[in-house]
Design a protein around this ligand. Structure first.
Ligand code: HEM
Length: 173
């Protein structure tokens, strides 16, 4: 019980102190944010998760690639255009940015670059979505294992779902 309360207090403090940025001028992107109801409060929740995500980054990345590599056509794309070692680094950077809570032009440019790269290498949206679900599952598992307050857990999952949906709307457009 003591630990439960202590953890909950830590989340609350991290949430209260989290600094976030939303600086977007593109009307179509703003509409996507509105549609998903992605707010500053959600970004504060995501930012407060960043230390947990960083601590478990290796687990996230290993789980992601061990799943992808089970599919021969995805493995072939990776071997043709890159290496697992290089992609591990890009994914770490990507996941870190997801919880940085800074949605600005630089953030969008990175997403447009991801979209272009995947289009160039012929990665179909269905496989991108499938791979993303793996990342999503691990993130949910991590939050569940740490966050004890049910209401906070729910609000945090909703925030994670919103940012992932927003990301996918931009990258898969
Ligand atoms: C490149 C993220 C799924 C294969 C990248 C880059 C990022 C990224 C950030 C660097 C983009 C750039 O700036 O050029 C993601 C995310 C995914 C995902 C978030 C899903 C959650 C996949 C899957 C494959 C894949 C399923 C399987 C084939 C590649 C390859 C590159 C790449 C080969 C490098 C291409 C090159 O350098 O020429 N990805 N990726 N990605 N991705 Fe993905």
């Amino acid at each position: 019980m003591f630990f439960k309360q202590k953890q909950d207090k830590q989340w609350l403090q991290a949430f209260t102190e989290a600094e976030v940025v939303i600086n977007i001028h593109d009307a179509s992107v703003l509409q996507k944010m509105e549609m998903t109801h992605l707010t500053e409060t959600d970004l504060k929740r995501l930012k407060s998760l960043q230390p947990l995500i960083v601590k478990n980054m290796d687990l996230l990345v290993e789980s992601f690639y061990s799943t992808i590599l089970q599919f021969n056509h995805l493995r072939r794309i990776i071997e043709k255009y890159s290496t697992i070692d290089r992609l591990r680094l890009t994914l770490k950077q990507y996941v870190n940015d997801l919880f940085k809570a800074e949605i600005n032009q630089a953030y969008l440019e990175k997403r447009f670059a991801i979209a272009k790269t995947h289009y160039r290498i012929g990665l179909q949206p269905a496989w991108y979505m499938g791979a993303y679900q793996n990342l999503h599952n691990t993130i949910i598992h991590l939050i569940y294992s740490e966050m004890k307050d049910t209401a906070e857990f729910h609000a945090t999952l909703v925030a994670v779902n919103k940012i992932i949906s927003f990301e996918q709307q931009i990258v898969l457009e």
